[in-house]
Design a protein around this ligand. Structure first.
Ligand SMILES: Cc1ncc(COP(=O)(O)O)c(C=O)c1O
Length: 423
């Protein structure tokens, strides 16, 4: 029997029918003093800890304790090739070929490394396009790259802006920027899923637009990886970067990822900043002078990587592998659609959802502006152990994460929100 869609009973019915509901038990859900689970809707900021993470990290600690340096070859998961154990699964998640993906460094570092290779300005073709509300770190990185090459960001950074009175971006406006600056633009750097609005862009279209004017296209997938299916290889973007501490649940500050399209895999002479870990594995320890890049994304590595962080990533990837992005995405569309339905019931005079309405244009996150409310509302939610996040000037971001959030979580969140608004 279909229950009243606004009732708790309906949420429970949806959970009972959810084929992924048991995955929630694979995560540590934070609890209050009385042992009640928090309503955690903040996977867009920091994903929860999988219960298997501890054993994966302990394995490496044990091998380090028992084997010391021999662990590089003798550990259960030898450290020398450890990053290779992550590549196939990570590539599947972002829709790439293994040769196109490597786990290394952190997002902003990878962004700089990618720009060293893919932002090669000339005296005339040197401008970079970003979203006007791009994540600050991306803006700082881009501005510093412009200055590094002797260009003033005031004249060489082009912002793709929302129209007056709107929050979302129109692809037609990006096309207009491209048409008007076709000779000048060297790079488009776009957040695959915008961190503020949750808008998911048509990456294939953007890559095509860039290619038509001979500009490179890079994507920041911080809010996309493990959330939407970016299909990077087929989208034909030049590069992408991401972190693993949000939807990939790999722990605070955990390592990031880099995608470099296969078409560059064997271009050994492409300009890049180099380190020994990007050097030919067969001769790396011969300590030769000449750098010989590993084909593919691995050739951008600098240093021997943080194994403890990679162990956490491996723990998470093993869960993603089991579930598969298709099933996750299927649940995500339902879960976020359910949240949207409950929020819409509050009325547009109370709440405005700025995230696109069409599920193909968004991931799991909804960004909302609550009329006549300020940051104190977010504080009230937090005081009730309802974890969302606040972004200046006036947005609460809520991300029901399909791996561990339930329809009941979403129902309870809206109940606490209603109570907090009315207090
Ligand atoms: C969209 C986006 N880009 C870049 C970053 C910066 O990431 P990192 O600190 O790992 O370099 C973040 C961090 O939250 C982000 O959300």
């Amino acid at each position: 029997m279909i229950k009243d869609k606004m009732s708790l009973a309906y949420a429970l019915e949806l959970d009972a029918k959810d084929p992924l509901i048991d995955y929630r038990n694979k995560f540590h859900i934070p609890k209050d003093e009385s042992g009640n689970e928090w309503i955690y809707l903040c996977g867009n900021s920091l994903g929860l800890q999988p219960k298997n993470t501890e054993s994966y990290i302990k394995q490496e600690l044990k091998d380090w304790a028992n084997l010391g340096v021999e662990g590089h070859f003798e550990a259960k998961n030898p450290w020398m090739p450890y990053h290779e154990f992550l590549t196939k699964s990570m590539a599947k998640i972002v829709g790439a070929k293994p040769i196109e993906v490597v786990v290394m460094n952190t997002l902003t570092t990878n962004l700089h490394l990618a720009m060293v290779s893919f932002y090669q300005p000339s005296s005339t073709k040197n401008k970079i396009v970003i979203e006007s509300d791009a994540f600050p770190s991306d803006r700082y990185a881009v501005e510093s790259q412009l200055r590094f090459h002797g260009f003033d960001p005031k004249d060489h950074l082009i912002e793709w802006k929302p129209r007056v009175g709107e929050e979302l971006l129109h692809i037609e406006d990006l096309q207009k920027i491209i048409d008007e600056n076709s000779e000048d633009i060297a790079l488009l750097l776009i957040g695959g899923v915008n961190y503020y609005t949750g808008q998911f862009f048509d990456l294939k279209k953007i890559a095509e637009m860039g290619r038509q004017i001979g500009a490179k296209v890079g994507i920041d997938l911080a809010h996309g990886v493990g959330n939407i299916q970016p299909d990077l290889h087929n989208a034909n973007v030049d590069f992408a970067v991401w972190c693993t501490y949000k939807y990939m649940n790999s722990g605070p500050g955990s390592l990031g990822g880099l995608f470099v399209h296969e078409k560059y895999a064997n271009q050994k002479n492409i300009k890049r900043f180099t380190g020994w870990w990007g050097h030919n594995k067969k001769t790396r320890f011969n300590m030769r002078h000449d750098f010989d890049a590993i084909p593919g994304a691995e050739g951008w590595q600098l240093s021997n990587p943080a194994i403890l962080s990679m162990a956490a990533i491996k723990a998470s990837l093993d869960i993603f592998n089991e579930v598969g992005m298709d099933r996750l995405r299927e649940k995500s569309v339902k879960l976020t659609g359910y949240l949207e339905m409950l929020l819409q019931e509050l009325g547009e005079d109370v709440i405005k959802i700025i995230t696109p309405k069409d599920s193909k244009d968004r991931g799991c996150q909804l960004s909302m502006q609550i009329k006549s409310a300020d940051k104190s509302l977010h504080q009230k939610l937090t005081d009730n152990h309802v974890i969302t996040d606040w972004r200046e000037p006036n947005v609460i971001r809520v991300a029901p994460t399909p791996l561990y959030n339930s329809f009941e979580d979403v129902y309870k969140f809206v109940e606490v929100l209603k109570k907090s608004i009315n207090e």
